[in-house]
Ligand binder design. Structure first.
Ligand SMILES: O=C1O[C@H](COP(=O)(O)O)[C@@H](O)[C@H](O)[C@H]1O
Length: 240
């Protein structure tokens, strides 16, 4: 983790945009930069998107980018354990808003849901399906709930200390249905270590409520009760 001169953790840098359009332009600019740098340096790029509703705000702008999408691998930070025909499927949201569009349809999508009967039963095969850990994600775009969860790392998630440990070598975890946010469906989540093992990480949030939740989290809250307090040295993109 990067630190300040006095050894403290760097706090997230909050960029405030005036409108959804300005926020979407900024997110799209980051995606384009990450893809072009990855392709130029390594011949390929890996993008990780959050689920939930916030990406629906900016993904149309991302979907319109003229990029070498055939060289891009797209993943989710977390998934609800439902099939893609379910209204709460994060993959369905991503397909609708991004992967069904002309350019991004050439990207390779790595889902976090398989045919196993539960997240616990499916997580092993999903770990094996991830791109090699030798390839860092070029950009991770996280979201956050009003309970300060990100990905599917919720207040009260069993084993949260390990899931938030930057040295954890587990890349994915099965997460029981949360009690602090909807929908109460069991999940698969990338661990904190996996998410932060990226060349760039940004948290994209909309609305005053979430900004206040984040600001409170960053005032030294306990990450076990307020997971977003574990986010250091990342960029936050916000609009009302
Ligand atoms: O359940 C989830 O919630 C968070 C926040 O979602 P939003 O609807 O408030 O944007 C999301 O980041 C996460 O990926 C998702 O599975």
């Amino acid at each position: 983790m990067a630190t300040t001169e006095s050894g403290g953790a760097l706090l997230p840098r909050i960029e405030r945009f005036k409108s959804v359009q300005a926020l979407s332009d900024a997110v799209a600019g980051r995606v384009a930069g990450a893809v072009m740098q990855g392709v130029q340096a390594r011949g390929a790029a890996q993008l990780v998107f959050s689920g939930g509703s916030t990406p629906e705000v900016f993904l149309p702008q991302v979907a319109s980018l003229d990029l070498p999408w055939e060289k891009v691998t797209v993943m989710l930070a977390d998934e609800r354990w439902v099939d893609e025909d379910h209204p709460h499927s994060n993959a369905a949201m991503l397909r609708r808003t991004l992967l069904s569009h002309e350019g991004p349809s050439r990207a390779q999508f790595v889902p976090l849901k398989n045919g196993a009967p539960s997240a616990g039963a499916g997580v092993g095969a999903l770990r094996a399906s991830l791109p090699s850990s030798l390839h860092r994600h070029d950009l991770v775009l996280l979201g956050m709930g009003n309970d300060a969860h990100f990905a599917s790392l919720f207040p009260g998630t069993p084993g949260l200390t390990a899931l938030l440990d930057p040295a954890n070598t587990d890349r994915l975890a099965a997460i029981p249905a949360p009690t602090t946010a909807a929908p109460a469906i069991e999940r698969i989540s990338m661990t904190y270590a996996e998410l932060m093992h990226a060349r760039g990480v940004a948290l994209v949030i909309q609305g005053q409520t979430k900004l206040t939740v984040l600001e409170n989290a960053l005032r030294g809250a306990d990450p076990i009760a307020t997971p977003a307090a574990a986010l250091h040295d990342i960029d936050v993109l916000w609009c009302p």
